[in-house]
Ligand binder design. Structure first.
Ligand code: OFO
Length: 166
């Protein structure tokens, strides 16, 4: 059974993951409006991944006999000046989420909740990937600038598929 503190902290993380989903859906919409359908699709998949993260936490809380009370989701940004600004924002956001996951791990240690600590290791590894994938796109965007390389990169971004990793 989850204790109240851990239950509350995991519930907060569900909200953060849902906000991430909302943020990436908003970013997807920006790309859609600029005719960059590959980037839009990449971000749409990212939004789906975030919902999957939230559901993974949700399922865990109930598996451990806890209770999730869903809170309001903040409004995400909707205007950016460039693809680079978006991906730099995504990277910053993921670094912040990694910090939240690390805090959760620390709480699980303080609470001597080994099961939750073990469960959270999946998120620790996932955050390494999340930061690396945003960083990789930032690097590519810096390399190509605003030129015709955007067309090629857009096509490459469109190849991403959604994989729900257990
Ligand atoms: Fe759920 O990893 Fe991004 O935010």
């Amino acid at each position: 059974m989850l204790n109240e503190k851990m239950n509350g902290e995991l519930s907060k993380q569900i909200n953060a993951e849902m906000f991430s989903s909302y943020l990436y859906l908003s970013m997807s919409g920006w790309f859609e409006s600029k005719g960059l359908s590959g980037f839009a699709s990449w971000m749409r998949i990212q939004a789906k991944e975030e919902t999957f993260h939230a559901e993974k936490l949700y399922d865990y809380v109930y598996e451990r006999g806890g209770r999730v009370v869903l809170g309001a989701i903040d409004q995400p940004e909707s205007e950016w000046s460039s693809a680079l600004e978006i991906f730099e924002g995504a990277l910053k956001h993921e670094e912040m989420i990694s910090g939240m996951i690390n805090d959760l791990v620390n709480i699980s240690i303080e609470e001597k909740d080994h099961a939750t600590n073990n469960f959270l290791q999946w998120f620790v590894a996932e955050q390494v990937e999340e930061e690396a994938s945003a960083q990789a796109v930032v690097d590519k965007l810096k390399l190509i600038g605003d030129g015709s390389g955007m067309f090629v990169l857009d096509q490459e971004m469109g190849k991403r598929t959604f994989v729900a990793e257990e």
